[in-house]
Ligand binder design. Structure first.
Ligand SMILES: C[S@@+](CC[C@H](N)C(=O)[O-])C[C@H]1O[C@@H](n2cnc3c(N)ncnc32)[C@H](O)[C@@H]1O
Length: 253
């Protein structure tokens, strides 16, 4: 889906999607179809580096997470691993950490894994969050934001729920450059979809993954969009030679 007037990518567009509504539905169905094997595949295909990325992201927000009464939302939480990483660093019992996702099957797994914790789970679309304006101190999203049907609308919704001075961190895949980039692309575009399809038994999602990363705006463009959505201190930090990276921003006061 490309906005013809500005030729900017609007958002994710799985095969067959005609507009933002059909794109969102296709994304939800895709994640629902791989939910039973999602965790296993994640760890196998990332060689467990995903755990390091979640931990590294959560640690960066310690100053918010350790605040009493902190309100934290992990968007597109899936089976909850980023949410758990945030929960581990929130040392105050009064902090409220919430994970939100629109796939019931993914969220069900998060709920099961989170039994006995104080984490809360919300079944909701990231573009229409059931949260009041200016009610959250920190919004995170790990490998989820790229799947939104409208990136600018996603950033505006994050800005809406954040308090002035609140922060966001969006962790997602990148496209490493140079020789490593070349080797990585062979893995990401050929080996990963083949193994993913084999283990999950579902063909679409693991071909969609590299296509969606390729389609996602480059860091310079994303940072421009972040600023336009009303954030200051916009930054992007590469993780593991740019295989992943973290966008950050602060809601203008
Ligand atoms: C790749 S998974 C990431 C899950 C988890 N954050 C992680 O790091 O493993 C992407 C998740 O985003 C969710 N998602 C995609 N678009 C969404 C939307 N518009 N609203 C809510 N959740 C969405 C999907 O259902 C899926 O669970």
């Amino acid at each position: 889906m490309t906005d013809q007037t500005q030729s900017r990518t609007v958002g994710a567009a799985p095969v067959g999607a005609r507009d933002t509504e059909t794109a969102a539905r296709a994304v939800r169905e895709m994640f629902t179809s791989i939910a039973p094997r999602y965790d296993l595949l994640n760890h196998v295909l990332s060689f467990n580096i995903d755990r390091l990325w979640w931990w590294r992201t959560a640690r960066l927000f310690d100053s918010i997470l350790t605040r009493p009464e902190a309100r934290v939302l992990d968007l597109c939480c899936g089976t909850g691993d980023m949410t758990f990483a945030l929960g581990k660093r929130a040392r105050s019992g009064s902090a409220r950490i919430m994970g939100a996702d629109f796939s019931h099957a993914m969220l069900q797994r998060a709920r099961m894994k989170g039994k006995g914790t104080t984490l809360r789970w919300i079944e909701a679309d990231a573009l229409r969050l059931p949260l009041p304006d200016a009610s959250v101190d920190l919004v995170t999203s790990a490998f989820g934001f790229r799947n939104l049907a409208d990136y600018d609308a996603g950033l505006r919704e994050i800005a809406r729920v954040l308090r002035p001075g609140g922060e966001f961190g969006i962790l997602d895949f990148g496209e490493p450059k140079g020789l490593l980039g070349h080797a990585y692309r062979v893995y990401f575009k050929n080996i990963l979809p083949a193994v993913g399809t084999l283990i999950s038994g579902v063909r679409g999602p693991y071909a969609y993954l590299p296509a969606s990363v390729e389609r996602f705006p480059a860091p310079e463009e994303m940072l421009e969009r972040v600023r336009q959505a009303g954030f200051t201190q916009a930054s992007w930090t590469p993780y593991t030679l740019g295989i992943a990276g973290l966008y950050r921003g602060v809601k203008a006061g």
